[in-house]
Design a protein around this ligand. Structure first.
Ligand code: EPU
Length: 432
């Protein structure tokens, strides 16, 4: 078993460089399929979700060349319809973006029902609604999604999303960029990675307007030339380190960020008594005083991100007074609370609302990551707690955080990745 072992209770000091945005990369990699010829993508985060998507692309016949650690040159000219490795696709949620891009390019696509973190029901009806409105036939049976168009291919139309969905917005964009005519997505999601996908597509020759607003207009194009594109910094990775400093104390410069994307997070931290200073493309975070309680509602962008909800709840568990955290995106995203309670947090969950009664300190324990962001929350809790915390199931965390251990060690955290051997004293050695 591999786990993180953290000796917490130590403030963090120094600098952390943020990687490229995971949730932008997982859409941009399948988007490369739409490009005629090679494209170069920079600032790709080295996380396991990305590795898996690149593997899927390679198995489909794409030529994926590593230029350097964070830059790939991808040429999808060799990809043929029907080449999707459906079993592999079932293990990652973002594989559903291949449906949009394969439909857009070849008029046919297939995938397994997507996997990913479990926050209750995760339907894809809005994706299907979009593809169907554009003239595709979509069948979901025996765990497979099969989609195809008639001989006329996809035809642009007006699509109103019944729920604000990041995945459906991006998937419909992917299908629409090479469709005939104009597609209008109404009630679209506005997250920074939606804008990033639109910028990638436009830099390759697509015609997408309005990304970042609730109405996105896409004029289909016949060809998409290659080009070079650099992925934006990861808003959630940056937010996670901001939360880590808020919980553990100290002063850290978070580098390579877009401060505007962090405002929904930093505004809450400031309410809690954390000091934040914007410095160009960096943000300085300092926590010297006790934390104050506040209320947080996780909603689509520009609201507070659901992907930061477990991390902020962990910080609030250390704040004086009572805080109320409301989750408005996912039905079941408080499962990690039982793990935090093992560390002494006082949180009462009622459906999609958590009432957090702050405690003076968390105590070390053995806990597990229930999903990616819940795992990050356990790391934050471990950094704040005196003693040695063990975080298990860390493969979830590795899906979305590049070199987490190294980055935290650089700011003075005592954290180690430990693979258990027969000799349990190994763990102590790594931390010493
Ligand atoms: N929904 C529907 N029907 C659909 C699609 C979504 O009812 O067809 C509902 C969902 O059940 C949910 C809400 O709409 O209640 C929002 O879901 P959304 O489609 O926005 O989520 P997603 O695209 O599946 C992405 C991120 C998640 C992040 C959400 C919300 C990726 C690969 N995943 O998921 O990220 O929580 O948007 O911002 O981009 C993470 O990174 O840890 C993560 C889970």
């Amino acid at each position: 078993m591999t786990e993180y072992v953290i000796r917490g209770g130590k403030p963090l000091h120094g600098e952390i460089e943020i990687s490229g945005a995971k949730n932008a990369a997982v859409a941009i990699i399948p988007a490369a399929l739409l490009v005629d010829g090679p494209c170069r993508i920079e600032n790709i985060p080295q996380v396991s979700d990305v590795t898996l998507l690149l593997k899927i692309l390679r198995e489909m016949g794409a030529d994926v060349r590593t230029v350097n650690k964070h830059t790939m040159e991808i040429d999808c000219s060799g990809v043929r319809p029907g080449s999707e490795p459906t079993e592999l696709m079932g293990s990652i949620r973002a594989s559903y973006y291949f449906i949009g891009s394969m439909l857009g390019k070849f008029g046919t696509a297939r995938s397994a029902m997507p996997g990913g973190c479990d926050f209750g029901v995760r339907p894809i009806d809005q994706h299907v609604k979009g593809f169907t409105a554009m003239g595709a036939e979509v069948d979901v049976r025996d765990g497979l999604i099969l989609a195809h168009t008639g001989p006329e291919g996809l035809v642009g139309t007006r699509i109103y999303l019944d729920v604000v969905s990041v995945g459906a917005t991006m998937n419909i964009m992917l299908a629409a960029v090479r469709a005939k005519g104009r597609t209008v997505i109404e009630n679209a999601a506005k997250e920074p990675h939606i804008v990033d996908l639109a910028n990638f597509l436009n830099s390759m020759g697509a015609d997408v307007k309005g990304a970042g607003t609730s109405i996105i207009k896409i004029n289909g194009v016949e060809h998409m030339r290659g080009g070079t594109y650099s992925i934006i910094p990861d808003q959630i990775e940056a937010g996670t380190y901001l939360a880590a400093v808020a919980a553990a104390g100290g002063e850290v410069l978070i580098k390579n960020v877009i401060p505007k994307h962090l405002e929904c997070i930093t505004a809450k931290l400031v309410e809690m008594g954390v000091e934040i200073e914007e410095r160009g493309d960096a943000v300085l975070v300092r926590r010297t005083k006790p934390l104050r309680s506040t209320n947080v509602k996780a909603t689509p962008y520009p609201g507070f991100p659901t992907d930061m909800q477990p991390q902020i709840t962990t910080v609030l568990s250390l704040a004086e007074g009572t805080s109320v955290v409301t989750e408005e995106v996912w039905d079941d995203r408080f499962r990690y609370v039982s793990q935090l309670s093992r560390m002494g947090a006082n949180i009462h969950v009622e459906g999609k609302v958590a009432v957090v009664q702050g405690v003076k300190a968390l105590r070390s324990a053995t806990v597990r990551a229930c999903d990616l962001r819940a795992g990050a929350a356990m790391v934050i809790a471990g950094l704040s707690a005196e003693g040695v915390t063990h975080v298990e199931n860390i493969y979830y965390i590795e899906r979305g955080y590049e070199r987490l251990v190294e980055k935290l060690r650089d700011v003075g955290a005592e954290i180690a990745l430990v693979t258990e051997t027969e000799d349990p004293s190994d763990k102590v050695e790594v931390l010493a």
